[in-house]
Design a binder for this molecule. Structure first.
Ligand code: 5GP
Ligand code: MG
Length: 171
């Protein structure tokens, strides 16, 4: 397996879309006690770029989600890294790289809700609606992609390609 030669999305395209998402989210989330919760590792660049493009005060925290993809227990995820701050009463913006089946997104939203957040907003840079098995209220997504596997801009295949500024398909 190797990445495509040409990017599916260039760093410039991503930058422009991130700016649009940041403007919408800044408007929608103004006035609340906001925590931006970046999901590691895949959203490391997206999260970093998105929070810097937003224009409202917030605190930044991290979670790590591990799924059991391809095993008998598919459909379950572990939330590994916990946010270091109390989420009770907060407005929590979950920042993910890609929304695929929806299992991870739903589990993360359940986790944040159970931690006592007042409001949970989910944002993913990429969305594969054709793959959804769990209905997720995904109002803030950057790009819709077909059923292809993408890498780069934080997203990996076996821990490779995360460092690339552009997004490629794996072939
Ligand atoms: P879901 O639980 O929605 O099926 O999966 C979401 C997670 O699966 C993403 O956060 C990401 O880690 C991984 N994933 C899904 N599709 C892709 C893809 O095309 N490329 C990469 N690198 N990871 C993906
Ligand atoms: Mg991920």
């Amino acid at each position: 397996m190797t990445r495509s030669e040409r990017p599916l999305f260039t760093a410039a395209q991503i930058r422009a879309r991130v700016a649009e998402l940041a403007a919408v989210l800044s408007r929608e989330l103004a006035g609340g006690d906001l925590v931006a919760l970046i999901v590691l590792k895949g959203a490391l660049h997206f999260g970093s770029d998105l929070v810097r493009a937003m224009s409202i005060p917030m605190s930044v925290d991290f979670v790590q989600a591990r799924s059991y993809r391809g095993t008998a227990s598919t459909g379950k995820i572990d939330v590994l890294g916990r946010p270091t701050q109390d989420l009770r009463g907060k407005h929590v913006l979950i920042i993910e790289d890609i929304l695929d089946t929806g299992v991870t997104a739903q589990a993360l939203m359940d986790f944040v809700q159970a931690a006592g957040a007042d409001r949970v907003i989910f944002c993913a840079l990429f969305d594969k609606p054709a793959r959804r098995t769990v209905p997720v209220n995904a109002t803030h997504t950057g790009f819709t992609v077909d059923d292809v596997f993408i890498v780069g801009y934080g997203m990996d295949h076996d821990e490779r390609y995360r460092e690339l500024p552009d997004v490629y398909t794996l072939q």
